[in-house]
Design a protein around this ligand. Structure first.
Ligand code: PCD
Length: 806
């Protein structure tokens, strides 16, 4: 069929644009083992770096003797803080306005901290030499509990800050205190609490965990001494920001630095920050004039590069007897480890934790967060979470359950009567955000109906009878969650990282034959941007997605952008893509009008062409227009068809979802079984339903891991107890539940295509959902709060503490 006779629907389908479940184009190489990851990069004469790490969580470094290590065949250099000091590189700035040791300078503050960097001709020689570096330590008292860290006589962790009572985020009131961040109205909230019919209070702990991507962090630094150009390949979620930071801290001119993020095997927030390995590799390459590769192993990844969560959230929630919430109060103690290296926009030391009023119309609220130093690894990354949104969602979704218990109400009903109503959007929250759009009641009813909520409650009640009658040892828990996220950082006016405004970008070049390349400031780590961003463009400019290459991650070619994390690519770079597409379309319209010999206003866009209004048989396809752009002398128009857009979003987007989990719990063994998991997501306009479904499956599986077993644990001496995958729970297909996905569509009013982010939603929403299911099973026996992860032992312990073991 030629395109004269195809219907607009058929032509639209050919584009594989927005809404199409287009197969992921990147999977052609991934499924054939043809991806190119950092460790696949092999350069001539490449050397390998490896770290000597501290066995102690807190110790003075008395001496470092590298002489024996230097004798190991193949060893080229061993760097210590002393070598980096003359360059001013023994410490580096963190994303949170603190500074962090690149290599131990006088003391170590967490187990696994980098002490020396060995550079050798191969990785084995480097590892052998690591064993030969002799470090003399003098142990110091260890603090792993953030509450103990704030006691008056707690050991001083950061001696470099001694006497400095002001930090990056205001006053410090103790030597291990980092900041206090306050939002909302304290007095008003306390007045509401004092006069409320009902107040529920709880300490909700979201334990320390780790993103643990399949591929660990790594880089290859290659300094070309002839051209003076440094090429840095790495697992970077924000390649442009890394280029700027490398320039600022190394003094190399930014145009002489080229940062390349090749294929990335999962990021999940782990690859946002800057790590010692990057700095040491760059220095080693500059010093030796050879490329230097550093790739951490699994234990190093779990011990040193980043952590997530570790928030102690003390909450109070006030309501009327009928269950209308009147106030929310939260005080969080945030354990940041040895250095404050949290990855958050500069003005938000506790990220977007102030979204903790969730999906509810809460008139009065107050939030305070205290950041605290302990002898644990630094990081505080947004593990599939837009800067502490997951902590906020967990907090409010637990507090709602706790309030329901106090009120003796059904938790689904309690949510229903407190949701922000559809007609209240845009909604100004008590903690400072303007929610763009939402329709929570519709989503909630759809979810409850889909699982047959009333029947489930009846079944649960019957099971409880049977349990009490001694007929069964299994309880049923029904976990409910309605979450609201805030993603797409962000307006430049209030979101920056290290002073870099958080816009994003897209540059499009249409080739003469009607195909195109689009380059973006973001970088896919598995999300499928090459697939989905081409779909946005296909719909915007009428060129089939299959004819559009999407390229990211090379700072020499891509326009400047802030990268991919915080589910910001769709809200920000996706918007830039649509806007750049519209610029192309505007020029194409002028070309078409000239070709058709009519006025610009007399042609209109129709899927993949411009047609003369009222004369549909007269048209020029985008393919024809592209050719003309390069081959016709059009009066008043430059040749070519290119556009670039830098997009500063007017607001963030607020995706939401309704999740329900049905869990069977064996009281005697603590073994659980997820019988059903239903996930309804509303991310506004959906670009690719299949990609979205994949995102939900992946994120919910991470959420399942976090809620049911994954934990970064330390003993009292600061020894890391979960640095291998034997101890750190990663679900296999065996444990992974089956998911049922669903959706509603409430477009974002300010996004050019109405899309909101979705990548993080399933992690944010599923953790409270799984956790609420566990709690719900034991609600009839008086359980109000039990900390995650709900592994077998802890569930058994709940039952035992409640006297259910006879
Ligand atoms: N989408 C669609 N539609 C809508 C939305 C969205 O379709 N509406 C799609 C897109 O396009 C893409 C995805 O989906 O593709 C996602 O998106 P978003 O949400 O926008 O996001 P992004 O930015 O792109 O990404 C990020 C995210 C995050 S953040 C995370 S963690 C994770 C997620 O993503 N990571 C990952 N997902 C994933 N996947 C994979 N595979 N891998 C990875 O690594 Mo952070 O902050 O970093 O923590």
């Amino acid at each position: 069929m030629n395109d004269q006779v195809m219907s607009p629907e058929q032509r639209a389908a050919n584009l594989k644009g927005m809404g199409c479940a287009r197969k992921r184009v990147e999977d052609v190489r991934f499924t054939q083992g043809k991806g190119r990851y950092v460790d696949d990069i092999k350069l001539d004469g490449m050397l390998f770096g490896d770290f000597v790490r501290s066995p102690y969580a807190h110790a003075r470094v008395v001496s470092v003797d590298t002489s024996e290590a230097m004798k190991v065949p193949g060893v080229v250099a061993v760097l210590t803080a002393q070598d980096l000091a003359p360059l001013g590189l023994h410490w580096m700035p963190t994303l949170a306005g603190d500074r962090q040791m690149v290599l131990a300078d006088g003391k170590v503050l967490f187990q696994g901290q980098e002490v020396a960097f060995v550079v050798a001709s191969d990785r084995y020689a480097a590892a052998d030499a690591v064993e030969k570096v002799v470090v003399e330590y003098e142990e110091l008292p260890v603090v792993v509990d953030p509450f103990k860290a704030l006691e008056p006589d707690a050991p001083v962790l950061r001696e470099d800050l001694e006497g400095k009572m002001t930090g990056a985020h205001g006053p410090r009131r103790h030597h291990n205190h980092i900041f206090t961040w306050e939002q909302g109205d304290k007095d008003a909230t306390e007045a509401v609490l004092a006069g409320a019919d009902v107040v529920a209070e709880e300490m909700v702990y979201y334990h320390r965990t780790h993103p643990s991507p399949l591929e660990t962090c790594g880089c290859v630094a290659a300094m070309d001494k002839v051209t003076g150009k440094l090429t840095l390949y790495g697992t970077f979620q924000a390649p442009h920001a890394i280029r700027t930071v490398v320039s600022l801290i190394s003094g190399l001119a930014e145009h002489n630095i080229r940062v390349i993020s090749p294929d990335i095997g999962g990021g999940f927030g782990n690859k946002v920050g800057a790590y010692s390995g990057y700095v040491c590799s760059v220095v080693a390459s500059i010093v030796t004039g050879k490329p230097v590769k550093w790739v951490e192993d699994r234990m190093e990844n779990l011990m040193s590069t980043a952590f997530a969560r570790d928030y102690w959230m003390h909450g109070k929630i006030a309501a009327t007897k009928e269950g209308k919430i009147t106030g929310l109060w939260c005080h969080t103690t945030a354990d940041h480890g040895g250095f404050d290296a949290c990855a958050d926009p500069t003005k938000f030391p506790a990220g977007f934790m102030n979204i903790c009023t969730g999906s509810y119309d809460i008139p009065t609220a107050y939030l305070a967060v205290d950041g605290v130093y302990t002898n644990k690894a630094p990081g505080g990354v947004a593990y599939r979470c837009s800067f502490r949104v997951t902590e906020a969602a967990y907090f409010i979704e637990r507090m709602i359950e706790v309030l329901a218990i106090k009120l003796g109400m059904d938790a689904a009903e309690l949510r229903r009567i407190n949701f922000i109503r559809k007609d209240q959007f845009p909604y100004q929250s008590a903690l400072g955000w303007e929610y763009d759009s939402g329709d929570y009641h519709t989503a909630w009813e759809k979810a409850l109906n889909a699982v047959g909520y009333d029947a489930l409650r009846k079944e649960q009640a019957q099971r409880l009878e049977d349990f009490k009658a001694g007929k069964t040892r299994k309880l049923i828990g029904i976990g409910l969650t309605h979450f609201t996220e805030i993603v797409g950082a962000g307006p430049v006016k209030n979101c920056d990282i290290l002073g870099l405004g958080m816009f994003d970008s897209c540059e499009i070049r249409i080739h003469p034959t009607g195909s195109a390349i689009a380059r973006l400031g973001t970088i896919s780590q598995g999300q499928g941007h090459a697939t989905t961003f081409a779909q946005i463009l296909a719909s915007e400019i009428g060129i089939p997605a299959d004819n559009i290459t999407v390229e990211e991650g090379d700072t020499d070619t891509a326009p400047y952008g802030l990268g991919t994390y915080g589910s910001r690519s769709t809200p920000v770079a996706g918007a830039a893509t649509a806007m750049a597409g519209r610029k192309i379309r505007a020029k194409a319209q002028m070309i078409a009008a000239w070709l058709l010999e009519v006025h610009d206003d007399d042609v209109e866009f129709d899927v993949d062409r411009f047609v003369v209004k009222g004369a549909p048989e007269r048209f020029k396809t985008m393919k024809e227009i592209a050719f003309a752009a390069y081959n016709q002398a059009i009066p008043g128009l430059e040749p070519g068809l290119e556009a670039v857009s830098y997009y500063d979003p007017p607001n963030m987007t607020y995706p939401f979802g309704a999740y329900i989990c049905v869990m069977e719990i064996d009281v005697d063994t603590g073994v659980h079984e997820v019988r059903q998991f239903y996930a309804l997501d509303d991310c506004g306009t959906r670009i690719n339903p299949m990609v979205i479904e994949g995102q939900i499956h992946g994120g919910a599986t991470e959420g399942y891991a976090i809620a049911m077993g994954q934990e970064i644990a330390y003993d009292d001496m600061g020894n890391h107890k979960s640095a291998t995958l034997m101890d750190f729970f990663i679900p296999t297909s065996w444990e992974t539940p089956t998911y049922q996905t669903d959706f509603t569509v409430t477009p974002s009013p300010h996004h050019p295509i109405g899309a909101k982010g979705v990548g993080e939603s399933p992690n944010v929403g599923s953790v409270p959902c799984f956790s609420n299911a566990v709690h719900d099973a034991f609600r009839p026996f008086g359980l109000t709060q039990s900390h995650m992860p709900h592994d077998q032992w802890r569930i058994w312990k709940i039952a035992n503490d409640l006297g259910l073991h006879g």
